[in-house]
Ligand binder design. Structure first.
Ligand SMILES: *[C@@H]1O[C@H](CO)[C@@H](O)[C@H](O)[C@H]1NC(C)=O
Ligand SMILES: *[C@@H]1O[C@H](CO)[C@@H](O)[C@H](O)[C@H]1NC(C)=O
Ligand SMILES: *[C@@H]1O[C@H](CO)[C@@H](O)[C@H](O)[C@H]1NC(C)=O
Ligand SMILES: *[C@@H]1O[C@H](CO)[C@@H](O)[C@H](O)[C@H]1NC(C)=O
Ligand SMILES: *[C@@H]1O[C@H](CO)[C@@H](O)[C@H](O)[C@H]1NC(C)=O
Ligand SMILES: *[C@@H]1O[C@H](CO)[C@@H](O)[C@H](O)[C@H]1NC(C)=O
Length: 511
């Protein structure tokens, strides 16, 4: 369960001076035929990152340039539709997806579907309510790259009626310090709320925020104060934009400031919370803003001494459920009321595990060796469990392994690469009834292999001797190929083996 945070599509984008370097990564305008710009951000085409789906444009007037096109996915047989983005292994990334339906398919309601990041189901995408209100929806997640690519996929669910689609995909490299208390090997962080308190202006984003994170204005019935001095945020771990400290909400001296924030009811889960404070007054050696911070009545931080240089306090794992209330209670005799400038709440999302890298590489090599692999052969081959590649069945456990590969009668052409011998957990290899050609590679290391069906293809050349040495092999179907040479003696002599090698083939050299 994750929440989306919402963005007005009719915002005006001022032309910023280039004060921040452009975000490092990819800003992708999905379905676009030419590059687009929003303010000083440039969005590139998505063609190099995905091989499935169709492009289209929407007719809604006055939308942000990057929302005017989208890519949609009509193929109902695919288990997922994946963007694959090159990344730095071990790097930490912000992934942001934006959806604006725009009635692209002539329908009235946007589809509801899932989004997946690598092997983990990230969240459902339901833009119905935003769309009814004329808004786009965006979702944000922070993940570590476990390999050299990161996949972001959409998938149908039982609730998906029309075709899933996506308008914008952003993948940005983050500084080490950002959210670095999270164990990214085990958890991703999914953004629930990021707010600038007492701010009635537009969303704070790039270039104020170098990662183009969005800080939404949040107002309450409390008084607003403006800061008299600018905070230098360069040594704050999460690198918040300096403007996030420009305003705050406060209350009068001696009173507790209570804020219902985030302004939505949260699913019961564990969250990362970071709160930002700055004394808005001119520096003074005589009076300090000191107060206790509590969340839902539980002490979060005692006697926080907020100075004009700003301060952040955070919790790495904090349980929340339903409406959240933040209370700021001044210490005894403190002459000024408490205040708060900004906050972030991110849900901690356990990763679903991953597939053994050697298996992933072998499967990707196989995909490249086929002329027409199934359209969902992108992203993680095994995970999430309901969204493995078509024809691929995997073991469960911390590291998933490929145990069955079954593309019988799938209309495949191409060849079987030597890398297949790296799928050492493989039990069943069924590729009968295709147009596969080339030789049968060595399989000496497939010690778990039980059944091998390569019948009714165009394989040629001789059989690897090593097939006779596979201890668990009990069924081997090779009829109707163009094989020749001899059948290994060890195979012919094996007890109880189901061996079918003809018709077809030329075994004239066999004993
Ligand atoms: C979508 O694209 C595929 C191939 O890329 C094409 O065969 C199909 O006709 C397209 N569908 C539509 C509705 O344009
Ligand atoms: C999507 O959101 C709408 C509006 O909030 C809701 O009525 C609908 O039930 C949701 N659909 C699904 C499948 O969750
Ligand atoms: C608050 O911090 C300032 C500057 O570090 C210090 O001078 C002051 O004594 C502190 N006040 C309290 C009440 O802790
Ligand atoms: C492979 O798929 C076919 C149908 O396409 C099915 O009949 C067969 O049982 C499957 N074999 C394995 C090992 O799953
Ligand atoms: C098997 O995997 C290893 C380690 O990833 C790799 O070095 C080797 O080239 C692979 N073998 C084949 C035949 O692809
Ligand atoms: C087997 O067939 C291949 C071509 O398909 C040919 O090059 C080779 O000489 C043949 N070998 C034997 C032993 O017939």
């Amino acid at each position: 369960m994750c929440l989306s945070i919402f963005l007005l599509w009719l915002v005006s984008i001022p032309l910023f001076a280039h004060s921040s370097p452009a975000p490092r990564g990819f800003l992708i305008d999905c379905g676009a035929s030419e590059e687009s710009s929003s303010g000083s951000l440039k969005y590139i085409l998505d063609d190099g990152f995905i091989s499935v789906g169709n492009k289209t444009a929407i007719k809604t007037p006055n939308v942000l340039p990057e929302l005017t096109t989208l890519r949609y996915f009509p193929d109902k047989s695919a288990r997922k539709y994946c963007y694959v983005i090159p990344v730095i292994k071990g790097g930490k990334y912000l992934v942001k997806t934006t959806y604006f339906y725009g009635g692209f398919d002539g329908g009235k309601e946007p589809p509801v579907f899932d989004q997946i990041v690598d092997g983990t189901k990230w969240s459902p995408v339901n833009t119905t309510e935003d769309y009814a209100n004329g808004l786009s929806s965006y979702y944000e997640i922070y993940v570590a790259a476990l390999g050299k690519t990161l996949s972001i996929c959409l998938a149908r669910t039982e609730h998906t009626v029309s075709d899933p689609f996506i308008s914008v995909l952003e993948v940005e490299y983050l500084d080490d310090s950002v959210y670095n208390t999270n164990d990214f090997k085990k958890h991703a962080l999914s953004t629930v709320a990021r707010s600038s308190f007492g701010d009635s202006e537009d969303i704070i984003r790039y270039p104020d925020d170098e990662f183009n994170r969005f800080w939404q204005p949040f107002m309450s019935e409390n008084p607003v104060v403006k800061s008299q001095s600018k905070v230098d945020t360069s040594d704050f771990w999460n690198l918040p934009p300096a403007n996030a400290f420009a305003t705050a909400i406060t209350t009068s001296r001696g009173k507790t400031l209570k804020v219902q924030w985030p302004p939505v009811s949260l699913p019961s889960s564990i969250y990362y919370i970071s709160l930002y404070f700055q004394d808005n007054r001119s520096p003074s050696p005589y009076s300090w803003r000191v107060f206790d911070v509590s969340i839902n009545g539980k002490k979060f931080y005692s006697e926080l001494n907020v100075t004009t240089s700003g301060v952040t306090v955070y919790a790495t794992q904090w349980p929340l459920s339903g409406q959240t209330e933040i209370s700021l209670t001044p210490g005894d005799g403190i002459p000024v009321g408490p205040l708060i400038n900004a906050g972030e709440v991110l849900q901690i999302l356990p990763l679903a595990g991953r597939t053994l890298t050697r298996d992933v590489m072998a499967m990707e090599e196989l995909a490249r060796s086929l002329n027409n692999p199934p359209s969902d052969w992108n992203g993680d081959p095994c995970l999430p469990q309901q969204h493995s590649w078509t024809g691929v069945t995997c073991s469960r456990g911390k590291l998933a392994r490929v145990i069955t590969l079954n593309l019988t009668n799938a209309g495949l052409s191409g060849s079987l690469p030597p890398s297949i011998s790296n799928l050492t957990a493989l039990k069943n290899l069924w590729l009968g009834g295709n147009e596969l050609s080339g030789t049968i590679p060595k399989m000496a290391s497939l010690k778990a292999l039980q059944t091998l069906h390569l019948e009714n293809n165009k394989f040629e050349g001789s059989l690897p001797e090593s097939l006779g040495q596979l201890p668990n092999l009990r069924e081997i179907l090779l009829q109707n190929n163009k094989l020749n040479g001899s059948i290994p003696d060890a195979l012919q002599d094996k007890n109880g083996i189901n061996l079918q090698v003809s018709p077809g083939n030329d075994w004239s050299e066999s004993r």
